[in-house]
Ligand binder design. Structure first.
Ligand SMILES: O=C(O)CCC(=O)C(=O)O
Ligand SMILES: [Fe+2]
Length: 230
């Protein structure tokens, strides 16, 4: 499999597109998606790029973030028993945000090229779990009801210890009672999984936990309905 790799930048420069930092995590991710439908890769992007995203995540005030609800943007509702993070959707309104979206667009094209997924776009938000926050076991998309195909979570936390909790638990595709993996939200780690196939859960975080959660989507526009709704 041949993958175009751009050289890692030594310093993050605004407006630059720091592509995949190394070939290996991308190749491993493709292999994992093909064989098991989910993947966890460390150091997916360059250190400087990940740091710039963390700086941005930390700079957002809680007051301007939304209490996350269950479901899609349009049917936003707050269910505190199920989920307790703060989110802010990412628009291309600042250089680092623009670069992140460009980066994920590049990633999308590469995934389409290698796995023929037909991914059409990507939506993402910063997520902040304050101490005590969690997200109970859920699935990001129900078969046939959503255009979310592939979920991504990029973790941004420096020096995360196992005792800080907040781990992502991934459950078996065929038997969601079985845990197949538990992953701490370490800086630079990227989790990717098929949105309709894997139940997952975020355990209680014992300190503030930063991440960017996102979804690659297909376009479900049909003759009678525009997607997204206008
Ligand atoms: O932050 C994580 O580890 C997972 C977040 C998640 O499941 C979601 O936002 O849908
Ligand atoms: Fe999720």
């Amino acid at each position: 499999m041949s993958i175009k790799v751009l050289p890692a930048k030594s310093l993050y420069v605004e407006n630059s597109i720091p592509a995949f930092s190394r070939e290996e995590p991308f190749a491993n991710l493709l292999m994992d998606l093909q064989t098991k439908g989910w993947s966890i890769q460390d150091d997916f992007f360059s250190t400087d790029f990940t740091q710039a995203l963390m700086d941005e995540a930390e700079s957002i005030q809680n007051a301007v973030m939304l209490q996350a609800g269950i479901g899609r943007k349009k049917d936003h509702q707050i269910v505190l028993d199920a989920r307790r993070d703060y989110i802010q959707w990412i628009d291309p309104d600042k250089p680092i945000r623009t670069d992140f979206l460009k980066m994920m667009a590049e990633f999308r094209v590469a995934l389409n090229r290698h796995l023929f997924l037909g991914l059409f776009d990507y939506e993402a938000h910063f997520a902040r779990y304050e101490e005590g926050a969690f997200y109970e076991k859920h699935i990001d998309a129900f078969k046939g009801e959503s255009n979310r195909i592939l979920s991504t979570v990029l973790y941004l936390n420096e020096d995360w210890q196992n005792s800080d909790g907040g781990e992502l638990i991934v459950y078996d595709e065929h038997d969601p009672a079985i845990e197949v993996g538990r992953f701490f939200p370490k800086k630079g780690r990227l989790a990717v999984f098929l949105s309709e196939c894997f139940y997952h859960e975020v355990m209680v975080a014992k300190r503030t936990r930063h991440s960017i959660a996102g979804w690659f989507r297909v376009n479900n526009t049909t003759g009678s309905a525009l997607d997204p709704e206008q």
